[in-house]
Structures are given as structure tokens and as C-alpha cells.
Design a protein around this ligand. Structure first.
Ligand code: HEC
Ligand code: HEC
Length: 291
């Protein structure tokens, strides 16, 4: 009997040791990726700061979820803080204390939104730049023009501190840790996006859904342990059975025709509620056209 316990103990000890070594190697690799420095040619875009441009920028901030992560006042916030995933912090996007440097320029905004790096060329963590990089030049300039004029917020935030689950999931590409690695950096911005209601506009807007519903919008595993699985939102899922009206009601109230209540923390319906009606109609047409 004693011998069995002894061997079981040794076997268990070996497994734990191997897991620890494996984790240490993974953590080192992820840290090396985060520590990498990038350099991209500085870009400039044309700006207009008229009221319709600023209104468009404000709308984009609402429908692209910038406030879900960076806070309603864009003064930054701690998005998550627990032992498993770690502390994830979205920066203060104003020039108040604890915010962006005073000399933060348009080129710096473009480095972040187009390339996924900060003004020092370090990769941004969990900032969905692989989505913002697909904005049209017109939308990009409206977004930056609006962000540059929101009132300063004095808020100093703690640094990011990745937990073991975030490190392991990022290593296996199950979490979008470093968008800089996913971006085609040579792809130029399109000048203007389609603004006619229809599938083409829907496709442009649906970029914001791909982060969770996957590139093919057919859903998949939960985004992190403890979250619900992500549903298929193409014609092969519930959306294929819904009318346009059902779709609009779901995305503006968080309640599906099947009676399921979507929690805003899982599915950001308070964000989708801010899309205009024609934008939601375009999304519906695009999503229900995908087989
Ligand atoms: C899923 C959450 C999330 C969303 C949505 C998001 N961000 Fe971020 N963003 C972050 C995080 C986290 C960081 C900090 C990254 C870091 O410190 O490495 C960041 C960093 C940035 C930076 C870089 C700041 C710096 O220090 O250089 C800019 C600029 C930015 N975000 C703008 C935006 C804008 C504009 C939007 C909306 C179009 C947006 N973000 C949407 C999470 C998000
Ligand atoms: C932060 C991740 C995230 C983003 C971004 C997101 N979704 Fe979701 N969505 C989810 C999750 C998770 C669920 C399932 C929630 C549940 O089961 O309670 C969901 C559910 C849905 C549903 C209900 C589907 C069904 O079968 O009942 C629809 C419709 C939907 N999302 C559409 C969209 C659209 C359109 C966008 C982009 C404009 C979008 N989502 C962006 C995570 C997201």
C-alpha cells in the first residue's frame, strides 16, 4: 500500500513540475511578444473639425464600444481585475493627468488605431486595433477629431498585469492579446465606406462583431472561462429565422424573440442599441445573407 502512495506521489509531483515548467516557458514567450518594439512610418490624414464630422466621431465612439472599455468619459478604466485573467486596463484617452502625453499627435492616434502600438512603438494589449484599422479614412479622421476634443479627465490608472489564464489563452491564440500581430500593416485605408443601407454597409459595420462572433460570424467557444458560448449570427443561426424587426428589437433591448435576455457584459447590446435604424437594417441584411 505504502509503495503505491509513494509512486502516486512521485507521478503527481512530476506532472505538477512539468506543468510549472510548461507555464514558465509560455509566460516567457508571451512576455517577449509584449516586450517587442515596432516601428511604422508615421502617417497623416486630412482633418475637418466641423460639427457634422464631430457628430460622426461621437457616433463612432458609441457604436465601436470605445466607452465600454475606456469609460463613458474616455478617461480610462480597469476593465477586469482578478487572479485568473489578471488586471486589464484601458488607457485614459484624454490629456488630463494620468492620460495621454501633452504632445500626443495625430500620428500617435494613427499608430494606435491603425497599427496597434503606443507612441513608443510598444504593442497595445487587448486594444482591438485589428478592427479599428479597417475604418475608412473619413471615419478614422472623424473618430480622432472627436476624441481629441473631449474634456480632460484626471485619472491615473494602474498598469496592466496579465494573470495565468490570460497568458495561457493568449499563447494559444484564444484571446486577442496583441492586435499588432494580426494587422496587415501595408493595407491602406479605404477612403470612404458605403453609406447606402444594404449588405455592403452591413459588412463594414460587422467588423465590430467579429472580435467575439469570429471572422465568419458563426460563433464559437466562450471568450473566456465562465462566459456563455458565442452564437452563430448568420442565416444558419437564430438570425436566419428572425424578421428584420426581431433583429432590431434584440439589438436595441437585449431580449431575443426566443425570450433569452442578453447580459450587456456578455453581448454589448447597449452599444448595438446606439446604431441608427438604417445601420441595424444593413447589419441584418448582411448577416442574413451569409449562408
Ligand atoms: C475591448 C476593449 C477596448 C475597446 C473596445 C477599445 N479599446 Fe482602446 N485600448 C484598450 C486597452 C486595454 C488599451 C491599453 C493598452 C495598453 O496599455 O497596452 C487601449 C489603448 C488605446 C489607445 C492607446 C493609448 C496610448 O496609451 O497610446 C488608444 C488611442 C485607444 N485605445 C483608442 C480607442 C478608441 C478610439 C476606441 C473605439 C474605436 C477604442 N480604443 C476601443 C481597450 C479597448
Ligand atoms: C464582446 C463580445 C461581443 C460583441 C462585440 C458582439 N457580440 Fe453579439 N453576442 C455575444 C455573446 C457572448 C452572445 C451570447 C450571449 C448569451 O448567450 O447570453 C451574443 C449574442 C448575440 C445575438 C443573439 C443571438 C441568438 O442566437 O440569440 C445577436 C443577434 C448578436 N449577438 C449580434 C451581434 C452583432 C450584430 C454584433 C456587432 C454589431 C455583436 N453581436 C457584437 C458577444 C458579442
Amino acid at each position: 500500500m505504502k509503495k503505491i502512495f509513494k509512486w502516486a506521489g512521485i507521478a503527481l509531483g512530476t506532472v505538477v513540475l512539468l506543468l510549472l515548467i510548461g507555464y514558465t516557458v509560455i509566460a516567457m514567450r508571451v512576455k517577449a511578444r509584449i516586450g517587442k518594439n515596432y516601428s511604422f512610418a508615421k502617417e497623416e490624414i486630412l482633418f475637418s473639425r466641423d460639427s457634422s464630422t464631430l457628430a460622426r466621431g461621437k457616433h463612432l465612439v458609441a457604436i465601436k464600444g470605445c466607452q465600454d472599455c475606456h469609460g463613458n468619459d474616455l478617461g480610462g478604466k480597469v476593465m477586469n481585475d482578478d487572479g485568473a485573467i489578471g488586471r486589464l486596463v484601458a488607457s485614459n484617452l484624454t490629456k488630463g493627468s494620468g492620460g495621454l502625453p501633452q504632445d500626443y499627435s495625430t500620428a500617435d492616434w494613427l499608430a494606435a488605431l491603425r497599427h496597434g502600438v503606443n507612441h513608443n512603438g510598444q504593442p497595445l494589449i487587448f486594444m482591438p486595433s485589428h478592427e479599428t484599422t479597417l475604418l475608412s479614412e473619413q471615419d478614422m479622421s472623424a473618430l480622432i477629431a472627436y476624441c481629441e476634443q473631449v474634456p480632460n479627465v484626471d485619472r491615473t490608472l494602474p498598469a496592466n498585469d496579465l494573470g495565468p489564464i490570460a497568458i495561457v489563452m493568449s499563447h494559444f491564440d484564444k484571446m486577442p492579446l496583441l492586435s499588432v500581430e494580426k494587422i496587415d500593416h501595408n493595407k491602406p485605408m479605404i477612403a470612404k465606406a458605403d453609406t447606402v443601407t444594404g449588405a455592403a454597409q452591413g459588412k463594414y459595420l460587422a467588423v465590430s462583431c467579429t472580435g467575439c462572433h469570429r471572422t465568419n460570424l458563426k460563433g464559437g467557444e466562450p471568450l473566456a472561462p465562465g462566459f456563455p458560448p458565442v452564437p452563430d449570427i448568420t442565416s444558419s443561426g437564430h438570425v436566419g429565422k428572425w424578421s428584420e424587426k426581431d433583429f432590431l428589437t434584440t439589438l436595441t433591448t437585449g431580449k431575443t424573440p426566443e425570450g433569452h435576455i442578453l447580459k450587456n457584459e456578455d453581448m454589448p447590446w447597449k452599444m448595438t442599441a446606439q446604431y441608427t435604424k438604417p445601420e441595424l437594417q444593413s447589419l441584418y441584411r448582411y448577416l442574413s445573407s451569409i449562408q
